[in-house]
Design a protein around this ligand. Structure first.
Ligand code: CP
Length: 292
């Protein structure tokens, strides 16, 4: 049985095959690949895109979906996370998607379940399905060959599981990943990746900018007096890109005029909503692979 805890759980060949299915699912039409299956979503952290995309993906494949309302669950009566999951697992679902604030929690469960676990984001560690949909969107944009392309991940990289997953995944497909952040958001150990302070230092070299949200909920201290202060240097605007042919991405949720300006969000180079649509197709392919 295969799980998806980090993108390393899939070989490059498996990802290429996965994307062939995702291309087939891009029209987001319904089929019966997973008829009779039940997927349980366990989101212990808030989500708009990932939770909805998993629900829609599973339903488009003919599966049924249970999304546990964590606020109404017996967690409030003192049940541990492990007991919650053991009890859901005892009901024999066909897959569990799990989002949790604790790094490593989904991975720690794989030896205790009899169905695939899909990591829907664990703390600052990993968000494999986001990185896979980002890779799919980049490859689609560059006609399925992004070898040699340079991707700048901009913003609160240290707290970002999206940055963590993409720095592991994109180089496997020939891309160079660099980071742009104020000192407080840089990695203490960038493990050989280049880090810059201002996007202007490399704007003429990059093919893709991936802007990130400032993850205030994961900070132990206040780094900026206000997000407007941060935005002066890190908001991606029409002035930042000029007339350069750069693909602009963001995993969402976007803090408008902090991460990306209103005008830039309407610019055809910005593919944020394309990422969201692709996220359903890619998750359909992942569910088909793990449950099919
Ligand atoms: N990209 C992402 O994980 O968004 P949500 O938090 O809304 O799921």
């Amino acid at each position: 049985m295969q799980h998806l805890i980090t993108t390393s759980d899939f070989s490059k060949e498996e990802i290429i095959d996965l994307f062939e299915d995702a291309k087939m699912f891009k029209d987001l039409k319904s089929n019966l690949f997973l008829q009779g299956k039940i997927v349980v979503n366990l989101f212990f952290e808030n989500s708009t895109r990932t939770r909805s995309a998993f629900e829609i993906a599973a339903k488009r494949l003919g599966a049924q979906v249970i999304s546990l309302d964590v606020g109404q669950s017996s967690r409030s009566k003192g049940e541990t996370i492990f007991d919650t999951i053991a009890n859901i697992e005892a009901m024999k679902p066909d897959a569990l998607t799990i989002r949790h604030s604790e790094c490593g929690l989904p991975g720690s469960l794989v030896d205790h379940v009899t169905c695939p676990i899909i990591n829907a984001g664990d703390g600052t560690h990993a968000h494999p399905t986001q990185a896979l949909l980002d890779l799919f969107t980049i490859l689609e944009h560059f006609n399925w060959d992004a070898q040699g392309k340079k991707v700048a991940i901009v913003g609160d990289v240290k707290s970002s599981r999206v940055a963590g997953s993409n720095r592991r995944l994109l180089p496997r497909f020939g891309m160079e990943v660099v980071f742009v952040a104020p000192d407080c958001f840089k990695y203490d150990d960038a493990d050989g990746f280049k880090q810059y302070t201002h996007i202007s230092e490399i704007i003429d070299e990059v093919d893709v900018i991936m802007s990130l949200r400032t993850q205030l909920e994961r900070h132990n201290e206040v780094y900026f007096e206000s997000l407007n202060e941060y935005a002066k240097d890190y908001c991606i605007t029409e002035e930042t890109l000029g007339d350069r042919d750069i693909l602009l991405l963001h995993p969402g949720p976007v803090n408008r005029n902090v991460d990306i300006s209103d005008a830039m969000l309407k610019d055809p180079r910005c593919k944020v909503l394309q990422q969201v649509s692709n996220g359903v197709a890619v998750r359909m392919a992942i569910l088909k692979k793990l449950l099919g």
